[in-house]
Ligand binder design. Sequence first.
Ligand code: ZN
Ligand code: ZN
Ligand code: FE
Length: 798
Amino acid sequence: MVLKHNEVTDHTVSRPVTHELSTDNIRFRIDVSGVVQGVGFRPFMFRVVNNLGLGGFVRNTTGGVVIEVEGAKSIVLGLIDTLRHEAPPLAQIKEICISEIPLQNELVFQIKKSSDSKEESALVSPDAATCDTCLSEMRNPEDQRYHYPFINCTNCGPRFTIVEGVPYDRKLTTMKGFHLCLSCKREYEDPFDRRFHAEPNACPSCGPQIMLIDSSGRNLCAPEHVVKECRVRLCQGQIVAIKGLGGFHLACDATNEKAVVALRNRKNRIHKPFAVMCADLQTATAYCEISDAEANELDSNRRPILLLPRRSMPIGKEKPIAKAVAPGCLDLGVMLPYTPLHHLLFERRNPACLVMTSGNICSEPIVAENHEAMTKLKGIADVFLVHDRPIRNRCDDSVGFVSCNQLVLTRRSRGFTPLPVELRHPVRPTLAVGAQMNNTFVVAMGKRAFFSQHIGDTDDLETMVFLRESIDRMLSWLGINPEIVAHDLHPNLLTTRLALGMADGRKLVPVQHHEAHLTSAMAATNFEGEAQGLVLDGTGLGTDGTIWGGELLVQTQSGCQRAGHLRAMPLPGGDIAVQRPIRTAIAFLHASVPEAADLPIDLWQRADPYEVKTVRQMVDTGVNTPLTSSAGRLFDAVASLLAVRDEVTYEGQAAIELEQLARGGNLSHALELYLNIDEDNQGLIIDPSPLLKGLVQGILEGESRSNLALAFHAALARVLAKSCAYLRNNGAPQTVFLCGGVYQNRILSRLTSEELRLQGLLPILPGIIPVNDAGLALGQTMVANTATQTHLATGNEG
Ligand code: ZN
Ligand code: ZN
Ligand code: FE
């Protein structure tokens, strides 16, 4: 008898009820797959089964956990229900397979040591937000951990961020310096206690402590007054560097305009929105419109920052959020408290909403240690709320949004790292070093791909050091010596050089950026078969030596083909144009609508005549003006043309603001815009010239800018879907993946999906692995493995 349930959320569990004699003993083998290791699953089984008085064992396997259990039939059957509905909160059960096996007359139940691989013992859970049980203990004046900022248990607390090695055991965490007191030790050793083997277990008498210090390291108050003093200072408008799980945050009262402006000035962060942490869900609801799915995600133990549509005015008595928090943004990045210390800070709900931004300078990695904070954040923070539990692995907050009730991550880090992505087919031991910007890397082996935490933009030295150090750590934990090192096709990226430096007899495989995007999306969704990919992003080196970024790819068994792209447009000065969308607008107009030069559009009033002249010359001569099919640059040009943004201070700013403008648009009132589809012997070429011409006309006619912005999104979505349909009609697959950073644009992804469906195509937007460059390393892993297999196969034949 084999029962198989694929959906654990399905409560109509079919039971094996074939045995009539309920008093008979029975033995079952239960295979549980999913995220069931390193999450307290075996102690949970141990407690449950022992309470029921059954015999058998539980053991980790490469695919999950196996349980063999025997005893009275009715009790064994009841156990399966318990397992399904009361599994530890950090576990994510994918599948449960049950089969009846011969009795072995075992009377006791034990946790068996896993026999096999290091990979398995290396599984560490991500950090998890403080659970409700711990919170109520922390709020109970009778409890020994009353107001203790480091309370945790088997179901919550730090994990990845404190791990120094494997197996996950206290002596290989940054808790090793704290010696368990007798009472904590008792909990730790008692299988029936909810802190059984909670490695970071601690109490006020034996665990870490907080301190409030100034930048010279001077203690500002007694330990018992730290939280209160901190609250007072935040209310006064001070900026506090707060040591959290994966690093420091810079915090200030989000309703205090002066404080937020000061934080911006000191951090030299001009426009990029700050995320806020609200005291609780109710406070978050006062500021933003929150759906049930969003509320669940905000409140989950992963606690990501979610982009939420903000209300024009807060409801209830909440003070309005300072304008400087997210200037001009219709969304607010919101998260809820996730450490006991956060909860303590918000206990009086004053302040009820804090700016919580990564404690770092410019694009450097997040600051993790006290001494580092005191040097690097000296000029930014007024005071430092620190503690003495070291952070081993820096880990930034994760960021995402909810679309169609699904979490779509744009940054996958705290709360997710180091959970592996389960692959459909095994791969050889591989390291993929990832993209240049927004870097994460992947270490993969067998059917698991381990994504690193957010590393950052590798154009600065500190970030490269962090990348290298994190790679070494992950390889050593997982005990993987990569046979394959995958990197970007571009020879001059620092990530490529890092990969070359690690060659050492390994197979180095360069992978084209956009192919990696598509393959990553396919692997992330466990998709098997052939597919088209609409890969829209900033830039990546193409196989023809030009810069790509608006690509129609087709992935078939014979490989990945470029079947079409946006028409290559001039980018005068390369990187300078990326900083200055107005330059791109001038260049695009000059290249495709030259007559616009004589038309009275406001762009010419905003532009510097000298820049206009220079850009036109550069376009004409091609000097220092690469050509690019980048969709990101098309968004830049349109954003500037519509007077949204002429110069950016952070990546993607122009496109983000253009999307916001489009939200106010109405398609039925908008001018219809279109792009042309041409074809040459290489494939389809989508030409934005008529679109740009239409926009110029719309501006001249005084058409609403919101409508024009929305019409632009719609026209792009339509032409992309038409192109995919054309390719499908000529034999390309029906499934179309939307990927690349541009697809973080929710209007464009919605419209593209709708248009693709109208064309009878099947759109897929992956969610749990970012569509931007942060998801690239997975694609590099898969492409490099395929390439190596092909290579080996050819080698064998020869
Ligand atoms: Zn807990
Ligand atoms: Zn203790
Ligand atoms: Fe990209």
